[in-house]
Design a protein around this ligand. Structure first.
Ligand code: MG
Length: 126
């Protein structure tokens, strides 16, 4: 099962990518929204984890673009961001997020939420 990770912070992208990989997922990591879109457009994914604040295309813009594409309208998307205000979270859900998780997040909680989302889609690790 492939997770597309979009995160502009190099350290956090590496940490998060390693966490997901060690938990048994295939990980495709992109440093901004446009590169994430190119990867998704080209090879697809089974679940996405997007930061919000990124240079160029933000995580919200990326999410909207994906939701407007029939191929990805039902793809599970988790927003993972320091933008934690109520209006930020509501904007995320309105744009089509399945989960909106403020940073910092406990690693086990993030993995549990990914598992909960993938239970619905029937996708498995590996
Ligand atoms: Mg960021």
């Amino acid at each position: 099962m492939k997770i597309l990770l979009a995160e502009d912070d190099d350290v956090f992208r590496l940490l998060l990518g390693t966490l997901l990989f060690e938990d048994g997922y295939d990980v495709v990591a992109a440093p901004d929204g446009m590169k994430a879109w190119e990867r998704l457009d080209g090879e697809g994914a089974d679940l996405c984890v997007f930061d919000v604040d990124m240079p160029g295309m933000t995580g919200i813009d990326l999410l909207k673009r994906l939701r407007n594409d029939d191929r990805f309208s039902g793809l599970p998307v988790i927003m993972l961001t320091v933008k934690a205000l109520v209006e930020d979270q509501l904007a995320g859900y309105k744009a089509g997020a399945d989960e909106y998780i403020p940073k910092p997040v406990d690693a086990d909680i993030l993995l549990a939420r990914i598992e909960a989302l993938t239970r619905k889609t029937g996708k498995r690790k590996g």
